[in-house]
Structures are given as structure tokens and as C-alpha cells.
Design a protein around this ligand. Sequence first.
Ligand code: NAP
Length: 294
Amino acid sequence: MSAPLFDRLALIGIGLIGSSIARAAREHGLARTIVAATRRAETAEEARRLGIVDGVGTDVAEAVREADFVVLCTPVGANAEAMKQAAPHLKKGAIVSDVGSVKQAVIRDAGPLFPEGVHFVPAHPVVGTEHSGPAAGFAELFRGRWCIVTPIPGSDRAAVEKVIEFWRRCGSDMEEMSADHHDKVLAITSHLPHLIAYTIVGTATDLEDHIKAEVVKFAAGGFRDFTRIAASDPTMWRDVFLNNREAVLEMLGRFSEDISALQRAIRWGEGDKLFELFERTRAIRRALIDARQA
Ligand code: NAP
């Protein structure tokens, strides 16, 4: 095992992502000490019982004091408040990162709160399950998955490289891009699919009772896959849509146009149009399998 990258890693938020980072950092010896702060005492108690960190409580100031690496693992809408609590207690030279699924809003809201001499390197591990909380995490969550860093103009290069190295050692494949580009890419690859899943499952629950019962019975026909995505954490996803509004609305606009075109093709019996699209989308699935992302 290589030497630890950091002396003290402080995680603010110890749910699915925070606890997975704690487990991976411990497994790969990435920090000498790993501590966490969370909002509720019950969550702190659960993390303590799981034994995944060296110390955990509800006091952000206490967690970040003397930390040389701090990672915000709270919902996107809660990052700025967490940062406000952490800022006066951050050590000079500390690196702060986050894992938020949206990048521009986090930079906009948390960025100005950073004290002089503290380096902010936003990041997003493109992983996930529909589960939440400290018990849901696991060390292998990041293995073979992308992690995107979105350095802000003028970011300290050594700090960026250190964050990249941290994620590499957690098993991630690394990519660097602007926050703006990140938000557009994720709007179509992650945010819109979640919105569609929430809508389909919502529509099904509004059906008359006799059909609703059959939906559960025959869910394997495709519906089941949507229910998994639509079971994702409500707080996290509310914050994603509110904080990536522009990009999501842009992709949703395009999607609405395309679905109207399909609606028309079905109405007018234009089988060729349907067939041509389905053939194209099947090729995309094959490309994903080849890229080992399926
Ligand atoms: P999670 O399992 O629900 O954990 C959230 C953590 O944040 C908990 O420790 C929770 O504390 C704390 N928290 C929640 N609301 C808070 C608030 N208002 N103020 C302060 N702390 C609060 O969530 P997660 O899935 O780990 O997601 C965390 C972050 O990772 C989000 O920014 C999300 O965008 C990003 N992310 C998620 C996924 C995914 O698939 N889940 C993937 C990539 C990135 P208590 O439990 O003590 O209330």
C-alpha cells in the first residue's frame, strides 16, 4: 500500500457517498485519520456502530479542524450551509472538495465562502444506487466508474492533482471538464432519465385501481427498471433539479419535441420511422457494453 495522501480526512455527510468514501479511503490507506460530521445524531450513531470512521458527530467545526482534506457529501442544496459552518475552522492549505451531482450551483453557492489559502476542487463521482444512509455504502462503489473533476479558473494545480490521485486510488477513472459542460452532460445522461422514471411511476400510480394492480403484477415488462430509478433519494433529486434548472429544461425541451415526433409516427402508422430510431438506440446500447459502462 502507498503512503497516505492525507493526514486527516473530514467528511461532511456520511450517507451513501460519504460512507463509501470512508470505506474506500480506509481500505486503500488514503488518510491517517478519517472523521465525519452529519446533521442528525441518529446517523452519527449508525456510522459509529458501523465502525467506518475514527470519529463522528454532529459538529462540523470539530470535524474539519486540522483536516487537510474535507469532502462535502451532503445534498447539493445543503452544501453552502455546511461550508458556512466549516469555513472559519479550516486549516490554511486545506483542500476542500465535494461530490455533488451538479457543479455550477455548488461553485456559485459555496465558492465565495472559502477563506484565503484554502483550495476548492469540485468533483463528482458518477456512481450511484437508489439507497441512502451510512449502511448503504461500500468501498467498491467507485471502482471502474468515472469521477469528474471540474476545477474552477485559477484552481491550484497541485490541489487538483491530489484530488485526482485520491479518486484514482479509490478505483475511479478520471476525467476533467468545466462545470458548465459537466452540468449539460449530466442533464441528459442522468438527470433527465431520473425525471422520466419519476414521471412514469407517478403516472402509473394515478391509474384506476384495476389497472394499477396489474402494473405491479406485470412490472417485469419494463416498468420494474423505472421503479428502481424512481426509488432514488427524494431530497437529493429535488436539489439536483432545482440546481441544474437550465440544462435540465433545455434537455427536457428537446425530449418533448422528440416524443411528440414519435407520437405522430405512431398515430400515422409510420413504422419505418420507429424502426430506424429503435435500431439506432440499440447500437448505442451495444457501444455502452463495449465501453464496459453497461
Ligand atoms: P444520503 O445517503 O442521503 O446522505 C446525505 C448525508 O448528508 C447524510 O449524512 C445527511 O445527514 C446529510 N444531510 C442531508 N441533508 C442535510 C442538510 N440539509 N444539512 C446537512 N446535512 C444534511 O445522500 P448521498 O446519496 O450520499 O448523496 C450525497 C451527495 O452525493 C449529494 O450531493 C448527491 O448529489 C451526491 N451524489 C449522489 C449519488 C447517488 O447516487 N446517491 C451519486 C453521485 C453523487 P443526516 O442523515 O444526519 O440527516
